[in-house]
Write a protein of this length. Structure first.
Length: 245
C-alpha cells in the first residue's frame, strides 16, 4: 500500500549541510526533467516577472537551492497535514514538537511519497532543500503539467502492482495522473454530521489517517478506526468522515 501526498506551501527552514547537488533523489530517471525545471526556475527568478512574483527571501531560496542545506521531505514540509502525520499538537501543548519515531520513519520511507512541483514524486525520506515553487506557479512558455505527466511514466512502471491511496489535492494529482489500470483510491474528507466536504480539517484527517498506518495499522478499516474516522468506499473513492470543526 502506497500513499501519495501533496506538499505544503509552509516549509521548515535550515537543515543539514548536504546540498541537493550532493543528494541522489529517488527515481533517477526523472533527473533530466528535474534539471530542466531547475534551470527554467532560476532563469525565471532572475527575470522581471520572477522578481515581481517572489519575495526577496523566496528568490534567494530558489536561486540557492542547489547548494542549500537539506532535510527529509517529511520534515521539510510543515502545516496541518504534516503536523498531523508527525502527531504534533497546538502550540504550548506537550506534543507541540512531536516527531516520527525511527520505526515510523522506516515505514514512511517504503510507503509514503510526496508530489513536489519542483522535484516530482519523491519518497518521504528524500533529502530536499527549502524552496518556493508550487503547482500553481506559472513560468512563461512552460507547461508544468505536461512536463511532469510525461516524466512520471518512469515512476509508474516502478510502482505498478501496488495499491495506491491518493491523498493529493487536484492541482498536484494533475501533475502526475495515476494510470487507469492501477488499483488506486482517491481520498475525500467530509463532515460526519452535515456530509459537506471539509477544508482545513480535510488536511488534518488525511494526516491522521496516514499516521495510523505509520503506527502499525495494516488495513484501511484499521487505519480509519485508529484515526477515529468513519470510512466508506464509493467505487474508486475512499470517503473519510470526521466530527472535527
Amino acid at each position: 500500500m502506497l500513499f501519495l501526498l501533496p506538499p505544503s506551501e509552509s516549509k521548515a527552514s535550515g537543515g543539514n549541510p548536504l546540498s541537493i547537488d550532493m543528494v541522489a533523489l529517488t527515481f533517477g530517471g526523472m533527473q533530466p526533467a528535474r534539471d530542466e525545471l531547475f534551470k527554467k526556475l532560476v532563469k525565471f527568478c532572475k527575470s522581471k516577472a520572477g522578481k515581481e512574483k517572489f519575495t526577496k527571501e523566496q528568490l534567494e531560496l530558489n536561486l540557492n537551492l542547489q547548494t542549500a542545506p537539506t532535510l527529509p521531505a517529511i520534515d521539510r514540509y510543515v502545516g496541518t497535514l504534516f503536523d498531523a502525520i508527525q502527531g504534533r499538537g497546538l502550540k504550548g501543548t506537550p506534543t507541540e514538537f512531536n516527531t516520527l519515531t525511527k520505526e515510523e520513519r522506516d515505514r514512511a520511507k517504503q510507503s509514503v511519497f510526496i508530489q513536489s512541483a519542483l522535484f516530482g514524486l519523491i519518497p518521504a525520506s528524500n533529502l530536499i532543500p527549502n524552496y518556493r515553487f508550487s503547482a500553481s506557479t506559472k513560468i512563461p512558455g512552460f507547461d508544468l503539467k505536461k512536463h511532469w505527466s510525461e516524466s512520471h511514466n518512469i515512476i509508474w512502471k516502478r510502482l505498478e502492482g501496488q495499491q495506491i491511496i491518493d491523498l493529493r489535492s487536484n492541482s498536484y494529482a494533475e501533475l502526475a495522473p495515476i494510470p487507469d489500470h492501477f488499483e488506486a483510491l482517491t481520498v475525500e474528507v467530509y463532515d460526519i454530521e452535515s456530509g459537506k466536504a471539509m477544508n482545513h480539517f480535510n488536511k488534518k484527517a488525511k494526516g491522521q489517517f496516514v499516521r495510523a498506518f505509520l503506527q502499525g495499522a495494516e488495513s484501511l478499516p484499521e487505519m480509519a478506526k485508529a484515526a477515529k474516522l468513519k470510512m466508506e468506499l464509493d467505487g474508486d473513492t475512499l470517503k473519510l468522515f470526521t466530527n472535527q470543526r
